[in-house]
Design a protein around this ligand. Structure first.
Ligand SMILES: *[C@@H]1O[C@H](CO)[C@@H](O)[C@H](O)[C@H]1NC(C)=O
Ligand SMILES: *[C@@H]1O[C@H](CO)[C@@H](O)[C@H](O)[C@H]1NC(C)=O
Ligand SMILES: *[C@@H]1O[C@H](CO)[C@@H](O)[C@H](O)[C@H]1NC(C)=O
Ligand SMILES: *[C@@H]1O[C@H](CO)[C@@H](O)[C@H](O)[C@H]1NC(C)=O
Ligand SMILES: CC(=O)N[C@H]1CO[C@H](CO)[C@@H](O)[C@@H]1O
Ligand SMILES: [Ca+2]
Ligand SMILES: [Ca+2]
Length: 572
């Protein structure tokens, strides 16, 4: 009986697998993308900063992990006032990272391994060191209107707009005797999207990198692209926690998510689609970064009827800013449905749990829960996103105020709360000096002291389970098991237990995860809803689980210990 069923299901699996062979067009729809923070990834020339050659040296890691593509945080030429988000030349690579040749090389070698390469694209602003800004500020005709310049007197900014980094969003230029807009730092003047030449100049950059072989772009800070043309004052939020110089003091009706901003994103999409159409090859994709209200986030994907398209996907930040250790299973279930129910079904979901602006997952939820969250993010439908280090459960590093580099946190009294340096410390490759990040030169941010315990090499060589081995198994599962493309259900069985089920026909992949928070330290009896048979096989477990891979259990009644996260195969 059992043998009969399993051979039947093998035939079933093989058939499904064939039929879902991905075409070049939809290669991205079920991918896992890996965010590389280049400065902290791998330093090939031992000068303390990670670089492109370092990434090239480590390309095998992406192949080994089973990733679809990588996206690199900004590598274009920059004075690095805001970690490369202040670009002074879109057409060169910052010398700290290498050269355009290195990037070409990286793309070519990554493609040989079947790994796609996505670049960070920063279109809202340039550095004030960009030639465009210098020419604009000195009144050179061609660039006069490249930025948002407004008449006035130095004592009174044009309106009440506040920068994301606090204080007025306007800076008086003594050279031009006018105000210019900066939604981020003073050193990051906003481009003027009312000028069609600006739009064309940005489109040309996209084309340049697609010619180089880039597979797509992650578009930075899109909500801020186009501001109100009439420069109207923004209303007060009356947020009791916001000081008058802080962005939350105002409601950003006129500086964020304006109707014109969506148009700009839709135009970017037209540029990449046209490029793919004209030049063939795999779909070039856009991912957009928008911390925005849900309806706006969805609009960055395109209109709900698909008549105009925006980014292929807009990052889903629901999990990123969660204080995971006080979040219940109920909260997580609600967030998953909130996203899925609001996303028009013509678009593809995505799940992100960490990035270079938020404390690391292992630090936020305890390293004992990192496997469970890696399973969750990568077994939910659509695209999975991994911030470098999550695959080994890397925790935040230890950085003192004196060692800190984040320009947004250069105030000693608020450093520990505001600095983003902790989640940016170097990747922990192995047990050698500086965690194998380089050969011993002082690193730009300190290497975390715990690298002897937590590093990739040790996790690959471990006799038993490791975070990395589990991560790899999860990616393999989503790639190889057709049920990973099936229907999605998620339940919170209690405030502490989450069950995710993906179903295709009679085949189910089930994640059962007991968070183990809220002093919930005792084992819990659980069951998998909607399952009628009494046999499940354990396919993957977390580090430290009492279950072993291959164990059979009864899905109608079994026990989870705190922090248990197990992936089950069920066929019935
Ligand atoms: C203005 O700045 C541009 C860009 O740096 C420079 O090429 C040009 O010579 C400058 N013109 C004047 C009149 O200073
Ligand atoms: C949750 O984590 C934060 C750090 O992210 C920590 O300050 C806080 O004490 C933790 N809370 C609990 C209940 O563990
Ligand atoms: C640093 O932060 C404290 C507390 O928020 C504030 O009182 C002080 O003015 C800040 N100092 C600087 C230099 O911004
Ligand atoms: C957990 O238990 C400790 C000690 O009994 C208590 O101080 C703490 O408030 C409890 N935490 C939660 C989230 O219930
Ligand atoms: C997550 C992320 O990339 N955040 C960036 C958004 O853009 C601003 C300005 O370019 C940067 O300061 C953030 O780091
Ligand atoms: Ca280097
Ligand atoms: Ca802008």
């Amino acid at each position: 009986m059992n043998i009969f069923f399993s051979s039947l299901s093998i035939i079933f699996l093989l058939n499904c697998f064939k039929s879902r062979a991905e075409t070049d067009e939809d290669w991205w729809t079920h991918g896992v993308f890996y965010q590389i923070y280049p400065r902290s990834f791998k330093d090939s020339n031992n000068d303390g900063d990670g670089d492109l050659q370092g990434i090239i040296n480590k390309l095998d890691h992406f192949k080994d992990a089973g990733l679809t593509g990588v996206w690199l945080s900004p590598i274009m030429k920059s004075p690095q006032v805001d970690a490369g988000y202040d670009i002074s030349d879109y057409y060169s690579i910052d010398p700290m990272y290498g050269s355009m040749e290195d990037l070409k090389n990286l793309i070519e070698k990554a493609h040989e391994l079947g790994i796609k390469v996505i670049l960070d694209f920063v279109p809202n602003h340039t550095s004030n060191q960009h030639e465009w800004f210098k020419a604009s500020e000195n009144g050179t005709e061609e660039y006069r209107d490249f930025y948002v310049w407004v008449d006035g007197t130095p004592d009174k900014p044009p309106n009440n707009w506040i920068s994301v980094f606090k204080n007025s969003a306007w800076k008086w230029s003594t050279k031009r005797e006018q105000w210019y807009l900066h939604q981020f730092l003073e050193a990051q003047p906003d481009l003027n999207y009312w000028n069609p030449e600006v739009r064309k100049a940005l489109h040309r950059i996209l084309i340049y990198y697609m010619d180089l072989g880039i597979d797509g772009f992650r578009v930075d800070a899109v909500p801020y692209l186009v501001e109100d043309k009439l420069l109207r004052d923004e209303p007060r939020s009356y947020d009791p926690n916001a000081q008058p110089n802080e962005p939350d003091y105002l409601i950003h009706t006129y500086t964020k998510d304006t109707d014109d901003t969506f148009d700009v994103v839709y135009e970017f999409r037209e540029v990449v689609d046209e490029y793919t159409k004209k030049n063939g090859g795999s779909t070039r994709i856009l991912m957009s970064e928008a911390y925005a209200p849900l309806d706006k986030t969805m609009r960055y994907y395109g209109t709900s009827d698909g008549s105009r398209l925006g980014a292929h996907f807009t990052f889903n930040f629901f999990f990123v800013s969660l204080n995971l250790n006080v979040t219940t299973a109920y909260d997580i279930e609600a967030l998953v449905y909130k996203w899925i129910d609001n996303l028009p079904n013509i678009y593809v979901s995505n799940w992100v749990i960490g990035n270079h602006d938020n404390r690391r997952v292992s630090t936020r939820c305890g390293v004992e829960n990192v496997d469970g969250f890696n399973m969750l993010v990568n077994l939910l439908p659509g695209i999975g996103v991994t911030y470098n280090g999550e695959e080994i459960g890397q925790e935040d590093g230890e950085v003192s105020y004196e060692q800190g580099k984040d320009p947004a946190a250069r105030n000693k009294s608020t450093f520990y709360k505001e600095s983003r340096d902790f989640e940016r410390t170097p990747f922990q490759w192995d047990d050698t000096i500086n965690a194998g990040f380089n050969e011993g030169h002082e690193t730009w941010l300190p290497v975390s002291g715990n690298y002897h315990e937590t590093n990739l090499a040790a996790q690959k060589e471990a006799n038993g389970l490791s975070h990395y081995k589990i991560y790899r198994e999860v990616l393999k599962k989503r790639q190889e098991d057709p049920a990973a493309l099936g229907d999605t259900n998620i339940w919170s069985l209690s405030e502490d237990v989450l069950v995710l089920k993906r179903t295709l026909g009679n085949s189910h992949i089930v994640l059962a995860f007991k968070l183990g928070w809220h002093n919930n330290t005792i084992p819990e009896e659980v069951f998998i809803p909607g399952i009628k048979c009494n046999k499940a096989i354990v396919a993957i477990t977390n580090v430290g689980s009492a279950y072993n891979i291959g164990d059979a259990l009864n899905p109608l009644q079994f026990t989870l210990n705190p922090h248990d996260s197990i992936v089950l195969d069920i066929n019935c």
